[in-house]
Write a protein that binds this ligand. Structure first.
Ligand SMILES: O=c1ccn([C@H]2C[C@H](O)[C@@H](COP(=O)(O)O)O2)c(=O)[nH]1
Length: 126
């Protein structure tokens, strides 16, 4: 052992610390690679997404026999309208009839309701 042994020893010690640090950072970097967020691949396709919006909207309908939902989307895939079948807005769905086979046309829902898509398109362009 000469006078440089201590230095070498210290230097070896620092080296080991550095090595440990390197190992630690390597481990952390592995960890961060392992935890890295990557894009989900099982996300909803646009068509399914818009159809799901339409299905959800249909659940708002008060029509006892048919529940229809709609979701209108523009060319940029932006929803420009959602809706469901029912009485025209502003008309009470407690007062208007929900029948469909009454001999009195005024007592049938068809006299008052309109295809929801038609109604929505009118709403969008109006
Ligand atoms: O494309 C459609 C088809 C139907 N609707 C609405 C209109 C009515 O409220 C009902 C149809 O009633 P039925 O008892 O099934 O005849 O559904 C619509 O909005 N859009």
């Amino acid at each position: 052992m000469d006078e440089n042994d201590g230095v070498r020893a210290q230097s070896r010690c620092v080296s080991r610390e550095e090595q440990e640090e390197n190992e630690l950072s390597t481990d952390l970097s592995n960890l961060s690679v392992g935890m890295a967020e990557t894009k989900r691949m099982d996300y909803l396709r646009w068509d399914d997404y818009f159809m799901a919006v339409a299905l959800l909207s249909a659940m708002r309908s008060k029509d006892p026999s048919s529940q229809v939902g709609a979701c209108i989307v523009n060319a940029s895939k932006k929803v420009v309208g959602i809706g469901y079948n029912g009485m025209p807005s502003g008309c009470s769905d407690d007062d208007l009839p929900w029948n469909k086979e009454s001999s009195d046309p005024l007592q049938n829902k068809y006299m008052y309701g309109m295809c929801i898509v038609t109604e929505m398109v009118i709403g969008i362009v109006a």
